[in-house]
Design a protein around this ligand. Structure first.
Ligand SMILES: [Ca+2]
Ligand SMILES: [Ca+2]
Length: 127
């Protein structure tokens, strides 16, 4: 997967989406839903057209910038450190793949994630 801020901007470095998406099966016909929150593709065993299925997976922004399994104030601080940059880690809004810029739209996505997934205040990481 690679993204760019707009149609005239350069592409960022491609990222492998991992074995769930990039499987050993023959995957093709990738496409996005009109609202941009679902990725559709065909997948199946190469050479057996009767076994191909249409798959749909939600595109969810990754808000755990620290990678420790929780989204908390440490992730907010990381976003603020990358404020007004094109950092792809923190560019999670307005669409899950971002828009090439870290700003209030990304903070809204992060805040909504934190509000809908509250953490135990006794288990908060600070930078
Ligand atoms: Ca985190
Ligand atoms: Ca953004």
């Amino acid at each position: 997967m690679a993204r760019r801020a707009n149609l005239s901007a350069p592409w960022q470095t491609p990222v492998n989406l991992g074995p769930v998406i990039n499987a050993v099966t023959n995957d093709f016909l990738p496409r996005m839903s009109p609202d941009g929150f679902t990725f559709h593709f065909m997948s199946g065993v190469s050479g057996d057209w009767s076994s191909y299925d249409n798959w749909a997976v939600p595109i969810i922004p990754v808000c755990d910038f620290t990678g420790e399994g929780a989204v908390d104030i440490a992730d907010v601080f990381i976003m603020l450190e990358h404020w007004y940059t094109d950092d792809p880690l923190c560019d999670i809004g307005p669409m899950p793949w971002g828009d090439g810029f870290v700003d209030a739209q990304d903070l809204i996505v992060l805040a909504e994630h934190i509000a809908s997934n509250p953490v135990d205040v006794n288990d908060v990481n600070t930078p």
